[in-house]
Design a protein around this ligand. Structure first.
Ligand code: COA
Length: 388
């Protein structure tokens, strides 16, 4: 089997070109997408990267279906292994109409061309950052997001919430992006919600401000629930609050052995968010999740690994090197396959997660207006001033 796949690889680059030559003359009357189809054939010739055998077979099959129609050719004999792969791929399209095959062919070529095209942002350099609280870059299919308020331990301000949502949207929509990563600059990954978000509150308007903050948080968490591509957490140091809870919505999380994980909701008179009230007990079991969600327990990276919150712990001195290599490998995997797989996995829980998110935010809107919460925030800032 391995040998036959190698044969396909070596022959398949010639396959598409010869197909295009051989089937240049359409065997049917003008179809609905003929002009675009012809352009797609030309675009295919200009692709530089090998899209892999599965994709090439799909292109072959769609081309045959679009130009000849349903597969009526005799099945190749047992020794014609490549011919059999090609025949199977074509035959699998069954009764797909020629117009539909053209449309799929055009979409597939567009996707391949899009993933090779330089992104409008791929030239983004650290000198021309579009965000104030984040560093972002796109390189070789990887959209990297770095929380960038190191002096405040990357605490998330209202502006940072909005910028993170924008960055995720950009990563989702940019065809050159295969996966996205999130990390922190400086010694912290993130210290959670910026508590000064609570300080500029108009006492006559507390309820409205809490409701608005609830809506913002719900949108923020939804952007993680619905992010359509693989999202990898690179937890470079301690993580607190919402930066920990949303990790349960990432597809893989690598943490430095320096990282710690802490969700001090009870200390702050608050309650869980980021779908953690649902996801954490599923990952860890209720008894262990409650230590974090109710009793403020701070856990090490090794404990987070044993509680299934993270994928792997990596020694701090090789963290960047190791994770960069891993992410580069992931970004070279077939993007469509990863996207389809991610959607399948997420769809099984998507609606539940949205319901949980809504309910968590509803409860928090009440908590934020409570005396317990006000006292806790005042304490945090009083401790700060007493240190001065
Ligand atoms: N909100 C607002 N400011 C924060 C912050 C947060 N979540 N986390 C850190 N900061 C600020 C500090 O106020 C300090 O600001 P300053 O230099 O103007 O005084 C600066 O970041 C550095 O933090 P500092 O507390 O001096 O560092 P530390 O190493 O002693 O402690 C933390 C780091 C994260 C443990 C501590 O800052 C903390 O407990 N922050 C609050 C975390 C939190 O409760 N988040 C909400 C979870 S729901």
């Amino acid at each position: 089997m391995a040998a036959s796949m190698v044969t396909i690889v070596s022959r398949s680059s010639k396959l598409i070109t010869s197909l295009q030559r051989n089937f240049h003359i359409s065997l049917r009357a003008m179809g609905a997408y003929d002009a675009e189809f012809n352009k797609a054939k030309d675009r295919l010739n200009s692709l530089k990267e090998d899209p892999g055998n599965d994709v090439k077979l799909k292109i072959y099959a769609l081309f045959k279906q679009a130009t000849v129609g349903k597969c009526n050719a005799p099945k190749p004999g047992m020794m014609d292994i490549v011919g059999k792969y090609k025949w199977n791929a074509w035959n699998d399209l069954g009764n797909m109409s020629q117009d539909d095959a053209q449309k799929e062919y055009i979409n597939l070529v567009d996707t391949l061309a899009g993933s090779e095209a330089p992104s409008s942002d791929s030239t983004q350099s650290s000198g021309s950052q579009k965000y104030e609280t984040l560093l972002t870059s796109i390189n070789d299919g990887v959209y990297s997001i770095t929380l960038n308020r190191p002096n405040k331990k990357n605490a998330i301000t209202l502006q940072m919430y909005e910028e993170l949502m924008s960055a995720l949207k950009e990563a989702a929509e940019d065809k050159s992006v295969v996966i996205a990563t999130m990390t922190g600059s400086g010694d912290y990954y993130c210290s959670g919600n910026d508590l000064s978000n609570f300080m500029n509150i108009d006492p006559n308007n507390i309820e409205k401000m809490a409701i608005d903050a609830g809506k913002l948080l719900e949108r923020f968490v939804s952007s993680f629930i619905d992010f359509p591509k693989p999202l990898i957490g690179l937890v470079n140091g301690p993580a607190v609050g919402v930066s920990v809870t949303v990790l349960g919505l990432f597809d893989a999380v690598y943490a430095s052995d320096r990282a710690t994980f802490n969700t001090p909701f009870s200390n702050l008179g608050q309650s869980p968010e980021g779908c953690s009230s649902y996801v954490f007990p599923k990952l860890m079991g209720a008894a262990k999740a409650n230590e974090l969600l109710l009793f403020n327990k701070k856990i090490s990276a090794a404990e987070a690994f044993h509680r299934n919150l993270i994928t792997q712990v990596i020694p701090d001195d090789v963290f960047v090197k190791e994770t960069s290599a891993r992410v580069a490998y992931m970004a070279k995997l077939p993007p469509q396959s990863m996207s389809y797989s991610k959607v399948l996995i997420r769809d099984a829980e998507r609606q539940t997660l949205h319901n949980v998110n809504k309910e968590e935010c509803r409860v928090l809107v009440g908590r934020w207006q409570s005396q317990e919460c006000m006292n806790a925030i005042m304490n945090f800032f009083q401790q700060k001033t007493s240190k001065l």
